[in-house]
Design a binder for this molecule. Structure first.
Ligand SMILES: Cc1cc2nc3c(=O)[nH]c(=O)nc-3n(C[C@H](O)[C@H](O)[C@H](O)COP(=O)(O)OP(=O)(O)OC[C@H]3O[C@@H](n4cnc5c(N)ncnc54)[C@H](O)[C@@H]3O)c2cc1C
Length: 292
């Protein structure tokens, strides 16, 4: 289980280590997933490349036109406290708040949450619903990928050996838009979700749904867009009956597993309820934003 810990001081140095180590190296952010995985003997690495001292990989920056940009090593605690995230991206802050406990949220990063690629990763549905993109860097250059297509299976991402996530970008919300997130887990704290839902809703001047994005977590191998629910809402007034129909369509789109936390049919029932609620909450926030 012995491995070297490399501590690059610049991004160039980090990328050069990652390129040199290839499959035998792993990027280390907060370590709340990676170190457990290594300790359990799940994966052996020759070296771990600690990104914590690389400048530019942490922190959040807001721009009225561009929206929110955050380093991949931004912690969930920093997201919870950021005034712009709290004002514009309720879904992301609501997800950050339910992750583990405060001590862990001071370590755990958003890039690590995506990199770990767990179906129950809490930050992923909000980022997908908010239309976030992520910058990926390597010694060969940089590419940008929607967070929606970043996770390719449980524990798998689009990252090639030598690549890391550097920056996440969430577009500025349009006028009359709102978003929300909700997760259900058997225990109130320190437990992973058995289902989660995030939604972003934009209303037109008439109060109808101009656009929406709904993302589901923990109910399929990869994060799922509830596209049938989205289609049912677009152009319509968001009545309770329509929100209920969207919930039903979302539940039908899931491919949940049955495990110790809940059966597949229970997860589907939870998704239905959460979707209905989250859409209504996002729409209420959109209406309130329009009234300001
Ligand atoms: C007790 C406990 C409770 C938890 N509760 C929750 C919960 O409620 N919800 C939830 O979603 N998660 C939970 N987790 C999981 C974990 O805390 C999160 O997934 C966290 O966001 C991982 O971030 P990290 O910075 O610690 O990642 P690390 O452990 O450092 O890395 C995780 C993976 O991502 C890769 N990686 C990290 N950063 C980058 C980068 N910049 N570029 C490329 N690859 C990268 C690593 O190589 C590794 O494969 C919990 C974990 C524990 C131990």
């Amino acid at each position: 289980m012995a491995f070297a810990v490399l501590e690059p001081a610049t991004l160039t140095e980090a990328l050069s280590h990652l390129a040199h180590e290839g499959d035998a190296g792993a990027a280390l952010a907060g370590g709340t997933d990676l170190l457990l995985r290594i300790r359990r003997g799940g994966r052996k690495y020759r070296s771990v490349i600690n990104l914590k001292f690389v400048p530019g990989l942490t922190g959040l920056a807001w721009d009225d036109q561009r929206g929110l940009t955050m380093g991949a090593l931004t912690t969930f605690r920093a997201i919870e406290h950021d005034p712009h995230a709290r004002r514009h991206y309720h879904a992301l802050v609501e997800a950050a708040r339910v992750i583990a406990g405060v001590q862990l949220r001071n370590l755990a990063t958003v890039g690590g949450n995506i990199g770990n690629a767990s179906p129950s990763a809490d930050s992923v549905p909000p980022l997908v619903a908010l239309g976030a993109t992520i910058e990926i860097a390597s010694t060969s250059g940089m590419r940008v990928v929607p967070v929606e297509s970043c996770i390719t299976g449980p524990g798998k991402t689009v990252l090639a050996p030598g690549e890391i996530f550097t920056t996440i970008h969430i577009p500025a919300p349009s006028t009359r838009s709102g978003n929300a997130f909700s997760r259900f887990s058997p225990r109130a704290a320190m437990d992973i979700g058995i289902a989660s839902v995030a939604a972003s809703v934009t209303l037109d001047t008439d109060g109808r749904c101009a656009d929406c994005r709904i993302a589901l977590g923990a109910v399929s191998p990869i994060p799922l867009r509830a596209t049938a629910s989205e289609a049912a809402l677009r152009g319509e007034r968001l009545t309770p009956a329509l929100a209920d129909l969207a919930g039903e369509l979302a539940a039908a789109a899931t491919r949940p597993i049955s495990d110790i936390r809940g059966s597949a049919s229970y997860r589907r029932a939870i998704v239905r309820t959460l979707t209905t609620r989250v859409i209504q909450q996002a729409a209420a926030r959109a209406a309130a934003a329009g009234a300001r």
